[in-house]
Ligand binder design. Structure first.
Ligand SMILES: [Zn+2]
Length: 272
């Protein structure tokens, strides 16, 4: 049953992610230009869109944690009702406001143009950057709300921590490798670019996470040949968690330069 809950919760979050991305792309394509007028129009629409989507993901996550804890504990656990200001905007980016953050795709375009990159290519790079930021912001809403819900409701139910669960075998390879990692209840789950991982609580007696992961990976393996390529048991040798000034904990490959193209692409960087 916990498996079905995790699958449903991940599908619901994925639907919000798809809808938000499609809406943002439509806004981006409809901009009058990529100068200050375009920027004002972009911010007018993207800032409320992101706040609403982050809130929806926080609510879905709050409900999922309450349901999975109810099943594990054998009694009804109520969702918390997480305050929006804890799981939206600047609260998830160490104080950086959405207005400052979502100017970055424009700065990307202006920078590329200054480097003599062709206009349509520069706009494409700006769009990629915007989409990557959106993916990160939605995942941060999920990791923060998971932490809030687990650390509020978990202790009295004997929850000692949680496990990262992949939401599909198409998840980034880092997340597949990290799937066996356990986190303390108060820790924020480290993310990676385009991370879509969920969480599964662990008590001293119950750890449904591994079963959930197998369910996701099995389902995906029937449609693709990607599963089984990476053994999670090598995880601790390969992975390293680094603290990013704006995003918090981030999964990286051990020994790789933190800002290298293989770990956090420019889209998730902060110094634009
Ligand atoms: Zn992930």
């Amino acid at each position: 049953m916990t498996t079905a809950l995790a699958v449903r919760a991940s599908a619901a979050v994925a639907a919000v992610r798809t809808r938000t991305t499609q809406t943002a792309q439509a806004v981006w394509l409809g901009l009058p230009d990529y100068s200050d007028d375009g920027l004002a129009a972009w911010l007018d629409q993207i800032v409320p869109l992101m706040a609403a989507s982050q809130q929806t993901i926080a609510t879905l996550t709050d409900l999922y944690i309450a349901q999975i804890l109810s099943e594990m504990a054998g009694r009804r656990v109520q969702p918390l009702g997480i305050p929006a200001e804890k799981v939206t905007g600047a609260a998830l980016r160490n104080g950086v406001t959405p207005e400052i953050e979502y100017e970055r795709p424009f700065k990307e375009i202006w920078y590329q143009l200054s480097q003599d990159v062709e206009f349509s290519q520069a706009v494409g790079l700006g769009e990629q950057r915007a989409l990557s930021m959106i993916a990160t912001d939605l995942q941060l809403a999920r990791t923060h709300s998971s932490r809030i819900a687990l650390s509020e409701s978990g202790p009295q139910l004997g929850v000692v921590g949680y496990r990262r669960i992949v939401s599909s075998a198409r998840s980034c390879q880092l997340c597949q490798i990290a799937a066996t990692q356990r986190y303390h209840i108060a820790e924020l789950m480290p993310i990676h670019n385009n991370c879509t991982c969920g969480v599964s609580p662990i008590t001293a007696e119950k750890d449904p996470g591994q079963r959930i992961d197998k369910a996701f990976l099995h389902e995906e393996a029937q449609a693709s040949d990607v599963s089984g390529k990476f053994s999670p048991y090598y995880g601790n040798h390969i992975l390293e968690v680094r603290e990013h000034g704006e995003l918090g904990p981030v999964l990286t490959v051990r020994g790789q330069s933190f800002r290298g193209p293989a770990d956090i692409p420019s889209a998730a960087e902060t110094d634009a």
